[in-house]
Design a protein around this ligand. Structure first.
Ligand code: ADP
Ligand code: MG
Length: 331
């Protein structure tokens, strides 16, 4: 469910990640970072994951890569259930899934030259010698649009954009099929952002990669993604084709997010209520529909019953009253 029509490469079923935390004096609570997410990402596509900060996007991405152990739920990569793999099998399979983080300066080791950074996975997992890795490093540098001489530089000698290209080259070193891109351009200047985004697009086309692209930037995701999921407090509120969600998304939260992007469209301002208030604490998410405390259409049932994702028109929407709301905003 919630997939397009292609072959799914990554499948997530009822995924939950709670972080136990201490509160106050000897108190315990759980952060509901991801709370029952179903998702299918197809071979070769870019799945965009959007939502405000704190909605659980990074946690979901990290769980898929098994950088975090899910609290419950299952994850498949092709035919293999990642959540059932252990030891060597898990280690091997996991190499086909990689991640690129937001801040390249922070994710690169400041004491390692760029070439060493890219060669490291080759040396550890493919047992290549420094000599053997050298040619492959030069090739990877060229792939990400850098001169092979960059191999000798330290991160502080490189620009933010160059550092992010190095992080991408390192992620590509073991020929992954799937890459989680967690806000990969949000620490970069706007002009550099476009170059990195175009590089990612080109790499996807040339290497047949599948992406999970995490961002809070709707313009960016509309440029890159084939399908989009809108996340709010650990849950998916709407899933569908990128254009259907980003231009005609139906869920009140999707409409509010879209409305937060300043575009000169008075018509839209009339029909869509802006997002009010702050995102509630993930320690105690609202009962029923999590968005209800900020939703202009919320009523009693929304507090009592959690709305499941269901197919409504062109997208999947988690809202009890979506038909009514849509009738109201489009007339
Ligand atoms: P996003 O990437 O959408 O901004 P995150 O996945 O980073 O959201 O965070 C989701 C929620 O989980 C937030 O409330 C965040 O504070 C919390 N969280 C993330 N990592 C941890 C952790 N290691 N321990 C406790 N809470 C965490
Ligand atoms: Mg994040």
């Amino acid at each position: 469910a919630r997939g397009g029509d292609g072959v799914s490469l990554v499948r997530v079923e009822a995924l939950t990640k709670h972080f136990p935390v201490r509160v106050g004096f000897a108190g315990h609570a759980r952060v509901h970072a991801v709370d029952g997410v179903d998702l299918s990402i197809e071979e070769g596509e870019t799945f965009g994951l959007v939502g405000e900060s704190g909605s659980g996007k990074s946690t979901l991405g990290r769980c898929i890569l098994r950088l975090l152990a899910p609290t419950s739920g299952r994850i498949w990569f092709g035919e293999e259930e990642l959540t059932a793999l252990r030891g060597e099998r898990l280690r091997k399979t996991r190499l086909r899934l990689q991640i690129v983080f937001q801040n390249p300066m922070a994710s690169l080791d400041p004491r390692m030259r760029a070439g060493q950074t890219i060669a490291e996975p080759l040396r550890v997992h493919r047992k290549l010698t420094a000599e053997e890795a050298r040619g492959r490093v030069a090739e990877l540098l060229r792939r990400v649009g850098l001169h092979p001489e960059v191999a000798d530089k330290y991160p502080h000698e490189l620009s933010g954009g160059q550092c992010q290209r190095i992080a991408v080259a390192r992620a590509l070193a073991l020929e992954p099929r799937f890459i989680v891109l967690d806000e990969p351009t949000s620490s970069l200047d706007v002009s550099v952002q476009a170059q990195i985004v175009n590089l990612l697009k080109e790499l996807q086309k040339d290497l047949g990669l599948t992406y999970l692209f995490i961002t809070h930037d709707l313009a960016l995701v509309s440029y890159l993604a084939d399908r989009v999921g809108v996340m709010y407090l650990g849950k998916l509120m709407e899933v569908g084709g990128a254009v259907d969600v980003l231009q005609r998304g139906q869920h009140p939260y999707t409409m509010a997010l879209r409305n937060a992007v300043p575009l000169p469209d008075p018509e839209r301002a009339r029909t869509h209520a802006p997002l009010k208030g702050e995102i509630p604490s993930a320690l105690e998410p609202p009962s029923g529909c999590r968005f209800r405390t900020r939703c202009p259409w919320a009523r009693e049932r929304c507090a009592l019953e959690e709305p499941p994702l269901r197919e409504v028109g062109k997208t999947w929407v988690a809202c009890h009253f979506i038909e009514e709301i849509q009738r109201e905003v489009t007339t």
